[in-house]
Design a protein around this ligand. Structure first.
Ligand SMILES: Nc1ncnc2c1ncn2[C@@H]1O[C@H](COP(=O)(O)OP(=O)(O)OP(=O)(O)O)[C@@H](O)[C@H]1O
Length: 253
């Protein structure tokens, strides 16, 4: 798969959120999308998944501009975790993934379902019969991630997949993404740079509505000779905030 973003621009009214985002990425790339709060990462993920339409520019998949409504065939090639994951909470995790398998018309999905859930959920034999409504935030997040992978998508779009995950769960998800990486083109965002460092082959850094860096992780780190966080701070200016008097926080009344 080859995905090209051609001068992708998104505005909300007069506010430019993304301006002229251009890149070409292929199967095997895992693109870590970085930027400060409000930089436009989720907006980009929403454009990639046809939740939002660009103001101008194009998304081109294998040479085909996708237009306003992505063809169903293209949607079947995608797995996406954007905005808040929607789960049918009266189902067990297994029932929920069986439901997802039916949507994608996947016969004989049971072995996939069991291996994904057993990899991601601790104590799977106990929790497999519980309803999702009784699951913790992190457990639900892992089921949502499993549902994105079930149909083996060629384009995987994961907006902040590590949200709510403890260190062990994050490790299982990282292992899953790393082993799946050769099969797909992955876009992933996270404010946890250690996670991005472990999974991304490429980086897309967005700031002031524009692409500040697009290229390999290796080039980004080599050029700066630093850890990812330090290199990122050097690339984008710190946010400006007005100095506030906060002594009330620590002064005895
Ligand atoms: N539907 C909308 N209408 C108007 N403005 C919007 C809309 N969606 C997003 N924005 C604005 O676009 C900008 C980018 O938001 P976005 O959610 O893409 O940022 P982000 O990089 O994902 O941030 P965070 O790291 O905090 O999740 C923000 O200023 C936000 O207020």
């Amino acid at each position: 798969m080859e995905l090209e973003l051609r001068n992708l621009t998104k505005s909300f009214g007069p506010k430019h959120v993304l301006r002229d985002v251009s890149l070409t990425a292929h199967t095997g790339y895992c693109v870590g999308v970085l930027g400060r709060n409000g930089a436009g990462k989720s907006t980009l993920f929403n454009l990639l998944t046809n939740v939002l339409l660009p103001t101008s520019g194009a998304i081109v998949l294998d040479g085909l501009p996708l237009g306003e409504t992505f063809p169903v065939g293209v949607k079947r090639r995608m797995g996406a975790l954007v905005n808040q994951a929607y789960l049918v909470e009266q189902l067990t995790p297994e029932e929920y993934l069986q439901f997802v398998a039916r949507i994608y018309d996947l016969p004989d999905a049971q072995p996939r379902i069991e291996s994904l859930l057993a990899h991601l959920l601790e104590d799977y034999d106990t929790v497999r019969r519980k309803r999702l409504s009784s699951f913790s935030t992190g457990m639900k997040q892992k089921v949502a991630i499993a549902s994105c992978l079930l149909h083996r998508p060629e384009l995987l779009v994961l907006d902040e997949p590590f949200n709510g995950l403890d260190v062990f769960s994050a490790d299982s998800v990282l292992a899953l993404l790393n082993s799946y990486r050769p099969q797909a083109l992955t876009f992933v965002s996270s404010h946890n740079l250690a996670h991005i460092e472990k999974v991304a082959t490429h980086l897309l850094v967005i700031d002031d509505s524009e692409v500040k860096y697009w290229g390999t992780m290796a080039d980004f780190l080599q050029g700066q000779g630093a850890l990812l966080g330090d290199a990122l701070l050097r690339l984008i200016n710190p946010a400006t905030t007005t100095a506030q008097d906060l002594t009330w926080l620590t002064t005895q009344c």
